[in-house]
Design a protein around this ligand. Structure first.
Ligand code: G3P
Ligand code: CA
Length: 269
């Protein structure tokens, strides 16, 4: 069993499996969240986009080309934008083979199906609204699906859900519609800009190369909309040395493709 499964004491940063345990299974698939679960990790991250017919699906890129067999199935539909395909068309694609033959048949999940599996696994979700400028009104759609799938209950809101985006506009839209959701801004706002972000973001999620101890301390000094100090989660940390470095800077969370490597680097005691 992993240290996490064995329940040994750990009080380091929250470890979030980026796009699921994407170092080991095809990113943003149910297989990737199951792999995180088997490794003993509670938190998974995903990316949400919207199909032509308005379904929310879990995929990182705004095109289907890198992580599915769309080019073979629909050779004349370049550049294969997610938003140009229906949910049914996307559901028929293979989203696993690119990662290895043993993953053949993995699918691009709908957000609804994905939430159901995260719940089933007793995991928590860092949900990224990806490329919102391509999908006007996607925030409303995300909130509708979260509500319908039972993810806006007090229990989920308290412990199980964080919504993040690189877009301040998108995050603000989420916050103003549902101020009870924990929100995170992806990026590294200057210290001078932090008060503005603290009005709608509970957390700041900067890239690993952009932070210093001074920056982490500066972020912690501000309180977010829920009157708690802003938390800092950094990404994407895939090696032991970087995991130790960012932990020493005082981050609250680490987003990683290889959660077991990060956890192993940080020890259990
Ligand atoms: O969670 C942080 C990270 O997911 C942001 O970058 O490109 O992997 O979505 P990206
Ligand atoms: Ca992401």
């Amino acid at each position: 069993p992993t240290a996490a499964e064995a329940g040994r004491h750990y009080d380091g940063p929250v470890v979030v499996a980026h796009r699921g345990a994407s170092g080991y299974a095809p990113e943003n698939t149910l297989e990737a969240i199951d792999r995180a679960r088997r490794l003993g990790f509670d938190w998974v991250e995903n990316d949400v986009q919207r199909t032509r017919d308005g379904e929310l699906v879990v995929i990182h890129d705004s095109t289907l080309a890198r992580t599915t067999n769309v080019e073979q199935v629909f050779p004349h539909r370049a550049p294969w934008n997610v938003g140009d395909f229906t949910a049914t068309e996307i559901a028929g694609l293979d989203a696993g083979s690119w990662k290895g033959a043993r993953f053949a048949g993995a699918r691009v999940p709908t957000l609804a199906r994905y939430l159901e599996r995260v719940d089933h696994n007793d995991q928590s979700l860092l949900l990224e609204i990806k490329d919102p400028e391509l999908y006007p009104g996607i925030e409303r759609d995300v909130l509708r699906v979260l509500g319908r799938e039972g993810w806006l209950t007090p229990r989920h809101l308290r412990h199980r859900l964080i919504v993040q985006s690189f877009s301040a506009t998108s995050l603000r839209a989420v916050h103003y519609r549902r101020p009870d959701i924990t929100t995170a801004f992806l990026g590294t706002p200057s210290a001078g800009d932090l008060p503005r972000y603290a009005r709608f973001a509970d957390e700041i999620h900067p890239g690993r190369g952009t932070i210093s101890q001074g920056y982490v301390t500066a972020v912690h000094a501000f309180k977010g909309p829920h009157h708690k100090p802003l938390r800092v989660f950094t990404w994407t940390v895939n090696d032991a040395a970087t995991a130790r470095r960012v932990t020493a800077l005082g981050v609250d969370g680490i987003i990683t493709n290889v959660p077991d490597v990060v956890r192993g680097a940080l020890g259990d005691d």
